[in-house]
Design a protein. Sequence first.
Length: 443
Amino acid sequence: MRSLWLGFGLALSVVLLSAPLQVSAGPNLICYYDSRGFLRQGLAQFTLPDLELALQFCTHVIYGYAGIHPETFEMQSINRPLDYDNRHFAQITQFKDKYPYVKFLLSVGGDRDTEFEEKYVKLLESGVQGQRRFIESARDLVRRFNFDGLDLAFELPRNKPRKVHSDVGMAWKSFKKFFTGDFVVDTNADTHKTQMTELVSQLSNSLKANDLLLSLTVLPNVNSSWYYDAPAIATKVDFINLGTFDFLTPARNPEEADYTAPLYEINSDNRLPHYSVNFQMEHWLLQRVPANKLNIGIATYGRAWKLTLDSDHVDKPVVTNTNGEAQAGPQTKTPGMLNWAEICKLLPNPSNVNGKGGDAPIKRVSDSTKRLGSFAYRVADSDGAHGLWVSYDDPETAGSKAQYARAKNLGGVALFDLTLDDFRGQCTGDRFPMLRAIKYRLL
Ligand SMILES: *[C@@H]1O[C@H](CO)[C@@H](O)[C@H](O)[C@H]1NC(C)=O
């Protein structure tokens, strides 16, 4: 009798031990959850039941974002009323009980920690003591709120955007080739790279000793060649998410609009080759980083520029003479950005066919090659108003990126983020169409 129970117990523990392995062997779908979505109002307000619905598709949820203290470098909440007083950290990780196969990580940085941005470089430079304070506080914060691990989304200096005009107003074409966006933005990048490796290595030791995960997120336009010693970092982290979108944005590139997240490089019009998903992925793969540690970043929102009467090439980018960020969308209320639900409502449909001015539909230009992404636009009225040009991934192009991840045996896809997907199903009735399209193509 006793041996029978023993046998049963053994069998059970084999099942329990092997179950998580089976799940993690499939492709990853890393779902960022930016808590700003929880604080939006109206149709854009993302609630806990919305998150719960998404959990069946996600292998990991990354909570965005925590920050660091500018002097002590300790990791801390950047929104105490929400994270602590309203127990939002705990509200998120409580889903672990019901969804034991989903891993929950807490992310630090992510462009949300805006007070004194240089502090991430200062942290790298802070030596053993500063780094240790960061590591210990990070480990404690993650454990205290029952997260499964930490995600590093450090805010490091960005590539300089290409300048279109010189100050003296010379013709942009003759100047363009000199402004390739590759100015040196950090003369100490080599030192910072070494310090980063050291930090990640110590951090990894500390987290591993506590059975916690560590992932790295490379933010858009942070140059991987400068800050990450790919082979050294890769052995220390569980996975790496590449922010392969926002290569151009209306804030960084107010005077020209283009595909913001092309899958493949476009070798025309003097474009920068590293502004593509494939180039960024190859950068890591060529350094023999195991493909299964790398996840492609896909944005659930588009970037929207204002067109002017002088804008040219609107149906064949690069679009010239744009005028910065388009007006905010009615739901997300953020200039220069529209989420998929907002874009979908602007595309031609029965309710806007006869619309005028700002209510007129936008013209969609789909990408039959599936290499570049979609865009849509509305030319400016004769008085110069209501011009709009938006580049975006829709469920279809997001699906082809997922397929690319599959074909290259990558780890999977990282979605930025759940709260900007069409979680109410306003477009076609399907809730989370981007998430679903990606999941479907990853299977
Ligand atoms: C980093 O910037 C350099 C130019 O300074 C560029 O040649 C390189 O491709 C960039 N690396 C990545 C991974 O984008």
